[in-house]
Design a protein. Structure first.
Length: 452
């Protein structure tokens, strides 16, 4: 079938897609025609552990077999279907005798109607030829959404210490996360973490390598040599725990304990772990860690996210705000590659701890460019995902820590949504525009999206 061949050829050009398609040895013409074809296709998809199902109506199609295949694809860790996208191929010109090639325009409606009836979430495209740019963009977003759903469902989250006692906004409903999404939370007591870090020798190969990288890639002139080793040992001990327990993303008690008890700030270690895909959220904000995980998966791990505060509005530009945190940004996000290791300014200048015990933050300005702002929350058992397109400004950052001035289309409207919808003071920022893929992922996960 010509349209099937063209569709496969178009899909094979997409770097985000690993195609699993039944061949002519399994199905007549390589297309599903009825219920007799379902079992073989389901087995193929399960054996290959597909992340989503793309249903293309090459002809009028058979609704029962198409929906049966979609219904058979479920996640092991949660009671939900894997992502589905449906599209009808455009009708070519009529034949000389008035005959038509497919009527996919008509048949696709039977499939989508039954998907709705069965309660299977799906994305649907209008009639399209596979060579059209809109088809490539939609399938690329769908593929990214499939990866985001796979990483989110059944995620293993690390809880390193406890969130600050006055930050109730960082609390989560662990049982609901397990019930809805199959997610597990594993806890690490900071006393054990600090003990393991202090037990490492200065000449440990892993510690020496981290110190060498920091010396080579950062301005370390403002911190003591001993702090470099504290940072490296903290990172090494935490990295080992994350690896041993298969942690996908985690939240850290980054103050007020680590500085006075361990002897340095956690920020640079968090920065470096996030760079390697071990995503670290501040203040044990596990919904924030999941926001990072969704973004990182939608970006196909091409660039790490930065966990930030909605910090302050711009003094002159009504649509700019400061996206900032104490010094946890991944170093590859630095403008011109400039990173300096310095103090946790708020704790040191506020007299909470001496500056000598508050060092270890990565001071840097984020590189300019388009970004996506994302935040997951849970309110009364309902999960909500904020999605906002924004732009990191090149305006100089005249403050401590890591961050940048960020411009959005309408900051007053965005801020009103944050206030009225229950969003908290943290969000995750990632370079490039991933809103469409994240919107799809949220739909498949049963999460309400709020776009501003």
């Amino acid at each position: 079938m010509e349209i099937r061949r063209r569709t496969i050829a178009a899909l094979e050009k997409l770097a985000s897609v690993e195609l699993v398609v039944p061949g002519g040895d399994m199905l007549k013409g390589g297309v599903v025609r009825g219920m007799a074809d379902v079992a073989g296709v389901v087995k193929l998809f399960r054996d290959r552990e597909v992340d989503g199902v793309l249903i293309g109506c090459m002809t009028f199609g058979d609704e029962n077999s198409a929906v049966s295949i979609a219904a058979a694809m479920k996640h092991d860790a949660a009671l939900m279907y894997k992502p589905v996208m449906v599209f009808p191929a455009k009708e070519p010109p009529f034949k000389p005798d008035g005959g038509r090639s497919s009527d996919a325009f008509c048949g696709c409606l039977s499939i989508t109607s039954q998907l709705v009836t069965k309660g299977i979430p799906f994305e649907a495209l209008p009639p399209v030829f596979p060579e059209e740019p809109a088809f490539a963009r939609a399938v690329d977003d769908f593929a990214r959404a499939c990866v985001a759903v796979r990483r989110f469902v059944g995620a293993r989250l690390g809880r390193v210490g406890t969130h600050p006692h006055n930050f109730f906004t960082c609390a989560v409903n662990e049982r609901e996360m397990y019930r809805r999404f199959g997610q597990r939370i594993l806890s690490l007591d900071t006393a054990l973490l600090y003990h393991q870090a202090h037990s490492l020798a200065d000449d440990d190969a892993r510690v020496k390598e981290i110190v060498a990288v920091l010396r080579r890639s950062c301005d370390v002139s403002r911190i003591a040599e001993s702090i470099l080793f504290l940072i490296a040992k903290y990172e090494t001990a935490l990295d080992q725990w994350l690896t041993d327990n298969g942690i996908d993303a985690f939240g850290v008690q980054c103050w007020p304990v680590v500085q006075p008890v361990y002897g340095c700030s956690a920020c640079t270690a968090m920065s470096r772990l996030t760079s390697r895909g071990k995503l670290a959220a501040c203040e044990v904000d596990l919904h924030g860690a999941l926001s990072m995980l969704l973004q990182y998966a939608a970006a196909l791990e091409a660039v790490p996210p930065h966990f930030v505060d909605w910090t302050t509005n711009h003094p002159d530009d009504p649509n700019k705000f400061l996206a900032w945190h104490c010094g946890n940004a991944p170093h590859e996000l630095a403008k011109d590659g400039a990173v300096a290791l310095d103090i946790q300014y708020v704790m040191a200048k506020g007299g909470v701890v001496p500056p000598t015990r508050a060092t270890g933050c990565s001071w840097m300005q984020l590189k300019p460019g388009p970004v996506t702002l994302t935040r997951l929350i849970e309110v009364g058992g309902e999960y909500r995902l904020l999605l906002t397109r924004a732009e990191v400004s090149d305006e100089p950052l005249r403050t401590h820590g890591s961050g940048a001035w960020v411009r959005v289309a309408d900051l007053p409207a965005l801020y009103a949504v944050l206030q009225q919808s229950g969003f908290v003071h943290h969000c995750s920022l990632i370079h490039d525009d991933h809103c469409d893929a994240l919107r799809m992922a949220a739909k498949f996960l049963g999460i309400q999206t709020i776009g501003v």
